[in-house]
Design a protein around this ligand. Structure first.
Ligand code: ATP
Length: 374
């Protein structure tokens, strides 16, 4: 049976004029401030549909389709022949209904542009986007009551009180959640009477989250929902996302926090240079590729060349710091046996020998050459 998709994006392309490159001047640096929405004026949060769409993408690793390019904060985006910034470059992805999908990628990878196109705030140059089976740009009015968008600083009235704003948003929906209960749920009960501009950054972010979900949407887009939140704020947000999933709501979030993706996501999509470079559950992604690594301690200065000769092809070995050895490759019983046999044969006691699983961050760094922040 065909999987029902909440979001389907095919061969999406979006370029920007390099002259307009004040990339969202009001955006926060990651982990600190907040994002200013720069989309189409006058458009509010949308919501989600459940139209079946054919041939969902199975959650498997994909070979990076683009040649490796240095990534990370200092990476330059690729440009078109006429000098435009290629923010999204033939990107395709699917989001099954009722799941949590995390979009990961280095700064400038194209995550927000992709999400803003799905939200109907930006128009793509090429490609097809379906949100709940509809076109987010052409069918914006139909989608609005079905899709929740976590707005950042844009779209808020600085002088309006938190409780008033949430009640106002709730009044646009037929069956909203109780605004007072939602404020309480997100630790904002004591701030209901506080004007928006006097809320702390974290409180503003929690209010944005409340506004995204108060209308009981079918689908919610959350752009870095916990960036800059304190421990309790992160926990509250994570619990809310888990409750949304339990209630059958589809959640698409962007994040730089690996623990957030690992904890919340059914599906992780890693984006780099405007393209999808890997898709899968956290477990699938960390299982693939080089599988794992093996560490042990032994006297410093072992002959690594000789050790390598005793190991299966494809294994790498390095020492660092002195006396600490790291083997990477396919970690299986044969590798373990080869290491211990070589040590025994050379009268070496390998201490603290342990197999380590790759983490999502290892996978991310491998694929993008860039480090996630947690
Ligand atoms: N309005 C704009 N004008 C010009 N360039 C832009 C604009 N918005 C984004 N860009 C550029 O497009 C590329 C993708 O940006 P985007 O914000 O989508 O990436 P991102 O993955 O969300 O990054 P981050 O993690 O830093 O938020 C970047 O090179 C960015 O500088």
């Amino acid at each position: 049976m065909a999987e029902i998709l909440a979001v389907s994006v095919t061969d999406l392309v979006k370029t920007y004029s390099s002259r307009s490159a004040s990339p969202r001047s009001g955006r926060r640096p990651h982990g600190s401030g907040r994002r200013t929405r720069t989309g189409r004026a006058g458009r509010g949060p949308a919501a989600f549909s459940t139209s079946p769409t054919p041939s969902p993408t199975p959650p498997v690793r994909q070979a990076p389709p683009a040649p490796p390019v240095p990534s990370g904060d200092a990476a330059r985006p690729s440009t078109t022949p006429d000098g435009r910034i290629r923010a999204v470059d033939e990107l395709s992805l699917t989001v099954p209904t009722g799941t949590v999908t995390a979009l990961l990628g280095p700064n400038g990878a194209g995550k927000t542009t992709t999400v803003e196109i799905c939200e109907g705030f930006r128009r793509p140059d090429a490609g097809e986007v379906r949100v709940l089976g509809l076109d987010p740009w052409a069918d914006a009015v139909a989608l609005r009551p079905r899709v929740g968008v976590m707005l950042q600083s844009g779209g808020m009235y600085p002088g309006a009180r938190a409780g008033e704003m949430l009640r106002l948003v709730a009044s646009h929906y037929r069956h909203p959640l109780d605004p007072a209960a939602l404020l309480d749920r997100l630790g904002l009960a004591g701030s209901a009477g506080t004007p928006f501009r006097r809320l702390s950054g974290g409180q503003q972010q929690r209010l944005s989250l409340a506004m995204a979900v108060v209308g009981r949407p079918e689908l919610v887009f959350l752009d870095e929902p916990t960036a800059g939140l304190d421990v309790q704020g992160r926990r509250d947000t994570w619990e809310l996302v888990e409750e949304l999933r339990t209630a059958g709501v589809t959640v698409v979030l962007t994040t730089h926090a690996m623990d957030e993706a690992e904890r919340l996501a059914d599906q992780v999509i890693i984006v780099d240079h405007g393209r999808v470079v890997a898709v899968g559950s956290p477990a699938e992604l960390t299982r693939g590729g080089a599988e794992g690594q093996l560490r042990f301690r032994a006297p410093a200065g072992l002959d690594l060349g000789r050790l390598l000769l005793a190991l299966p092809d494809g294994t790498t070995v390095q020492e660092g710091p002195a006396g600490h050895y790291l083997l990477q490759g396919t970690v299986d019983p044969q590798l373990l046996a080869a290491v211990t046999a070589w040590c025994a044969g050379n009268g070496i006691l390998a201490e603290d020998l342990r197999v380590e699983q790759r983490t999502l961050e290892d996978v991310f760094v491998e694929l993008t050459g860039s480090e996630l922040r947690s």
